[in-house]
Ligand binder design. Structure first.
Ligand code: PEP
Length: 249
């Protein structure tokens, strides 16, 4: 059985001091849970702080929001997968919509980053999602599956089976607009089918998260859908009490 996954993408918020205070407050009200997993994605400067704070909690994990696809070298300002591992991360977001649409990251670059993550022993969370214009043009499935296939190109089935995926419609991120649970689930069904085509029955065990203006009120409705295995949350994960309410959904 897949454990539901609650992933917090803090984006460019909570430096080390705030991150330490957040985790202290969160842990005070969130005893160890056997039936769900929580993954924090702080900014790179706060990863070690959060990783150290949750070290004794196997139900909690830490990831980075981005990596470079090279392991080291002259790439000023970048962080590599082995460095993220060394800092205490076990997961990495790849192809988040802000990386794709604010920083111009291509489908192919996301694929290179997935490979770099796997080389370093990090679990990639490959994010896919369509723009509003693409949805309105009826291209949602085509866009999402194109991003998905580029993200896993060249991988062996066991590698894909060890990944996480997140469907995040771009028009729903940070806008307060959420896909209806049924609409989100329909895209998850298409993602599952594409994974099944690629890696067979192992696809059934691969977690597919939903992200896009998830809140404490809509999280239970989204998680009630058959193919939604967890949530990836931005804005509503920034407050320790609010996040606590969501992960208890
Ligand atoms: C995100 O950053 O992945 C996200 C889904 O943000 P928000 O929850 O704020 O829409």
């Amino acid at each position: 059985m897949k454990l539901p996954i609650f992933a917090a993408n803090w984006k460019m918020n909570h430096g080390p001091t705030d991150a330490r205070a957040f985790v202290k407050s969160f842990l005070a009200h969130y005893p160890r849970q056997q039936d769900r997993k929580v993954v924090f994605f702080p900014n790179a400067l706060s990863v070690t702080t959060v990783a150290e704070a949750v070290r004794d909690r196997p139900d909690l994990a830490v990831g980075v929001q981005n990596i470079h696809f090279e392991d080291k070298g002259a790439f000023t300002g970048e962080n590599s997968a082995p460095m993220a591992r060394d800092a205490g991360a076990t997961h990495v977001l790849v192809g988040h919509s802000e990386r794709r649409h604010v920083f111009g990251e291509s489908d192919a670059a996301a694929g290179q980053k997935v490979q770099a993550a796997l080389r370093a022993g990090l679990t990639p969370v490959l994010c896919v999602g369509e723009l509003l214009a693409e949805r309105e043009a009826g291209e949602t499935e085509a866009v999402v599956l194109r991003q998905l296939r580029a993200g896993v190109a060249g991988l062996e089935a066991p590698q894909v089976a060890g990944m996480l995926f997140a469907y995040e419609p771009v028009w729903a991120i940070g806008t307060g607009r959420t896909a209806t649970p049924a609409d989100a689930n329909a895209v998850h069904v298409a993602i599952r089918a594409a994974l099944r085509e690629a890696i067979g029955e192992r696809a059934m065990g691969v977690p597919i998260l939903y992200g896009g203006s998830v809140s404490r009120s809509n999280a239970p409705l989204l998680l009630a859908e058959e193919e939604i295995d967890g949530v990836l949350v931005g804005g509503a994960s920034l407050d320790a009490d609010g996040w606590n309410a969501i992960v208890r959904a």
